[in-house]
Design a protein around this ligand. Structure first.
Ligand code: C2E
Ligand code: MG
Ligand code: MG
Ligand code: MG
Length: 282
C-alpha cells in the first residue's frame, strides 16, 4: 500500500510539474499581448532623503494585472520573461514610463531620480546602452536622473564586457545602484571597483534589525563601509517608525518601504511627494 502511495505521489509530482510548465507557457503567450493591452503597468515607490526630509526619488516596479488571474508577481513573470527573451521589451516599456514620469515631475517642479531594475541577462545585451540613450534623448531627461539597479549577485569581472559597458554608461552620466546588498557574497573590493554611487541594503536585514542585535550591527557596518567608499546608502523594506528612526541614528541616507508608501500609480506618488505620509505621522 505504501508503494502505491509513493507511486501516486510521483504521478502527482509529474502532473503538477507539467501543469507548472503549461501555466508558464500560457503566461508567456498572454504576456506578449499584455503590454499592448495595458495590463502591464508601472508602479512607483518613493524614496525619502533622511537629511532633507523630502522625497528624493522613486523606484519603478513593473506590475501585471491579468484580467482573469489578477495581479501576477513580478518575481514570477520576470523570470519567465528572462527565460524566453521578453526582458528587453518589458524593460524598454518600464524605462520609457519611468523617464516620462520623471520629466513630468520635473515640469511640475519636482526634481527626482528614477530607479529601474535591470536583469543580469539584459546587462549582457550589447543593445542596452543604445536603448537607454534613445529613451533619454526622446524625452530629454538628463542622464544623471536615471539610476540603474543591478543586483550584487550579478558578479562582474573587471575585464568583462559587461563591466566595461557599465563604466561607459556611468561616464555618460547615468547612475548605478547595487540592489539587495548583503544577500550575495560581494566583498568590499567588489563594492569599491564597481562604479555604483548607491548601495541598497536588502530588506531582509532591515526587517531583522528590529529584533536582532546582530542584524543591527550588520546594517550599521554596511552603512559605515559604504560611506567610507563615498556611496549613498538606501535601506529598502522599511515598515515601521522605529525602523526609520534607527536608520536615521545610523546615518543611513535614504529609506524606502511600506512605512513610507507601497509602490503606487503615478497619481498617488504625486500625493506622497507633496506631503509624505511618514513625515505627517512623525
Ligand atoms: P527589488 O528591486 O528589490 O524591489 C523591492 C521589492 O520589495 C518590491 O517587490 C517592493 O514592492 C517590495 N517592497 C518595498 N517596500 C517593502 C516593504 O516595506 N516590505 C516588504 N515586505 N516589501 C517591500 P516587487 O515589486 O514585488 O518586485 C520584486 C522584484 O522583482 C524586485 O525586487 C525586482 O528584482 C523585480 N522587478 C520588479 N520590477 C522589475 C522590472 O521592471 N524589471 C526587472 N528586471 N525586475 C523587476
Ligand atoms: Mg530594485
Ligand atoms: Mg531590492
Ligand atoms: Mg530583488
Amino acid at each position: 500500500a505504501e508503494e502505491a502511495v509513493r507511486n501516486d505521489e510521483l504521478v502527482y509530482q509529474n502532473d503538477s510539474r507539467r501543469q507548472e510548465a503549461q501555466w508558464e507557457i500560457s503566461l508567456l503567450t498572454s504576456l506578449d499581448r499584455a503590454i499592448d493591452n495595458g495590463e502591464v503597468w508601472v508602479a512607483y515607490q518613493p524614496k525619502l532623503d533622511l537629511k532633507l526630509n523630502r522625497i528624493c526619488g522613486a523606484e519603478a516596479l513593473v506590475r501585471w494585472t491579468h484580467p482573469e488571474r489578477g495581479p501576477i508577481s513580478p518575481e514570477k513573470f520576470i523570470r519567465i520573461a528572462e527565460e524566453f527573451h521578453r526582458i528587453e521589451r518589458i524593460t524598454r516599456f518600464v524605462i520609457n514610463d519611468a523617464v516620462r514620469t520623471a520629466v513630468e515631475l520635473q515640469r511640475m517642479g519636482y526634481d527626482l531620480t528614477m530607479s529601474v531594475n535591470i536583469s543580469a541577462q539584459l546587462l549582457r545585451n550589447p543593445g542596452l546602452p543604445g536603448m537607454i540613450a534613445d529613451i533619454l534623448a526622446e524625452h530629454e531627461l538628463p542622464p544623471d536622473r536615471l539610476i540603474l539597479e543591478i543586483t550584487e549577485t550579478d558578479r562582474l569581472d573587471r575585464s568583462s564586457r559587461t563591466y566595461q559597458m557599465l563604466q561607459r554608461l556611468v561616464r555618460s552620466g547615468l547612475r548605478l545602484s547595487i540592489d539587495d546588498f548583503g544577500t550575495g557574497n560581494a566583498t568590499i573590493d567588489y563594492l569599491r571597483y564597481l562604479p555604483a554611487s548607491e548601495v541598497k541594503i536588502d530588506k531582509s536585514f532591515v526587517s531583522a534589525m528590529e529584533t536582532s542585535k546582530e542584524d543591527l550591527l550588520l546594517v550599521q557596518s554596511i552603512i559605515d563601509m559604504a560611506h567610507s567608499l563615498d556611496r549613498t546608502v538606501v535601506a529598502e523594506g522599511v515598515e515601521t517608525a522605529t525602523g526609520l528612526e534607527t536608520l536615521r541614528e545610523l546615518h543611513c541616507d535614504v529609506i524606502q518601504g511600506y512605512y513610507l508608501s507601497r509602490p503606487v500609480p503615478f497619481r498617488e506618488l504625486l500625493e506622497q511627494i507633496v506631503q509624505p505620509r511618514a513625515l505627517k505621522i512623525g
